[in-house]
Design a binder for this molecule. Structure first.
Ligand code: 0L1
Ligand code: MG
Length: 262
C-alpha cells in the first residue's frame, strides 16, 4: 500500500460522491500516480464499508474486464473485481432512469449463484461448477465515474469496477446442463444486433472468472460464502446507451434479459 489512511478516505469521499450524484471525476491515479492495485482495492473496500453502514445490503460480487473484447475496449490487461448491493439490482424489463447515470454502457453476462463455500488460492473450475446452484442470464449496466470513460485498472478498481445497475432474467439452468463455453449471446439495441459472442470469451470459461475471484479473495483472507451471486463479466464489449434505448440480450438455451432507459 502506498496511500495513507487519510488519502484513502479522501478518495473514498470523492468516488462515493461521484457515484451518488452521477458526476465525473478525474482518474484517481492522476492525483496519486504511485497508487497500487492494493490501494485501489482499499478504496473499494472503504466504499463497501460505507454503503453497508448507510443501510445497503451486499448482494454479490462481480468480475470485470474478464474478456479480451473488454480488455481491448478499455486498454487494460487483467480482470478487476467489484461488489453489488441491493440498490444496484433492477427487475427484468426494468425502466432505468438515464439521468441517474453519466455515460452508461450495457454488457451481457452469465451470473452464478453458489450453494457451497469456495475459498483458497487453489480453487478449480470443477469446484466452482460443483458449488453452483444455478447459472442465470444477466445484463450489467456499467457507468465509469471517470471523464469520457477513460480509465486505468487501478482507477476502475477504486470506482468499484464501474458498477452501477444489473438485471437478471431468462431461465436459471444447472451449470453442468450447458456447455457454458459455447453458450451463444446476442445483444440487441432497439432491435438491431450490436454484438455477439460465446461464454468462452470470458477467460475461456465463465467459471474461470469465479476461480480468479476466489483467488483474489484469498489474498484478503476472505472466502466466497455459499449463496453468493456472482456476475462473471461481459462476453462482448460494452454497448453505450441513452434515454429511449431498449436492450435485449438473448442467451442460447437460457432465455433473454430486457431493459430500457427512460
Ligand atoms: O464490468 C466490467 O467489466 C467493468 C470493469 C471496469 C471497467 C469498465 O468500466 O469497463
Ligand atoms: Mg460487467
Amino acid at each position: 500500500m502506498t496511500l495513507s489512511a487519510q488519502a484513502l478516505n479522501k478518495l473514498a469521499d470523492v468516488v462515493l460522491h461521484a457515484q451518488d450524484h452521477a458526476h465525473t471525476i478525474p482518474k484517481v491515479t492522476l492525483e496519486h500516480p504511485q497508487m497500487s492495485i492494493e490501494d485501489g482495492y482499499a478504496v473499494q473496500h472503504e466504499l463497501r464499508r460505507r454503503r453497508i453502514l448507510r443501510g445497503e445490503r451486499l448482494i454479490g460480487l462481480k468480475g470485470g474486464l474478464t474478456s479480451k473484447a473488454k480488455m481491448d475496449q478499455m486498454g487494460v490487461h487483467s480482470p478487476s473485481f467489484g461488489f453489488l448491493t441491493n440498490i444496484m439490482a433492477s427487475p427484468e424489463n426494468a425502466a432505468i432512469t438515464f439521468s441517474s447515470m453519466i455515460h452508461p454502457r450495457v454488457e451481457a453476462e452469465i451470473a452464478f449463484v453458489t450453494n457451497r463455500e469456495l475459498g483458497g488460492p487453489d480453487c478449480t473450475i470443477d469446484e466452482v461448477l460443483a458449488a453452483t446452484e444455478y447459472v442465470i442470464p444477466a445484463v450489467e449496466v456499467i457507468d465509469s465515474r471517470f471523464e469520457n470513460f477513460k480509465l486505468d485498472l487501478i482507477s476502475a478498481i477504486a470506482d468499484n469496477a464501474s458498477s452501477c445497475r444489473y438485471v437478471t432474467g431468462g431461465r436459471p439452468r444447472g451449470a453442468r446442463d450447458l456447455d457454458l463455453r459455447t453458450v451463444g449471446v446476442v445483444i440487441e439495441k432497439n432491435g438491431v444486433i450490436q454484438a455477439l459472442g460465446a461464454g468462452a470469451a470470458v477467460l475461456n470459461h465463465p467459471a474461470n472468472s469465479i476461480v480468479m475471484l476466489v483467488q483474489h479473495l484469498a489474498k484478503y483472507r476472505e472466502i466466497l460464502p455459499a449463496g453468493s451471486f456472482v456476475m462473471t463479466g461481459g462476453i462482448t464489449e460494452a454497448i453505450p446507451v441513452k434515454a429511449g434505448d431498449s436492450i435485449v440480450a438473448r442467451f442460447q438455451d437460457m432465455g433473454s434479459v430486457s431493459l430500457h432507459f427512460v
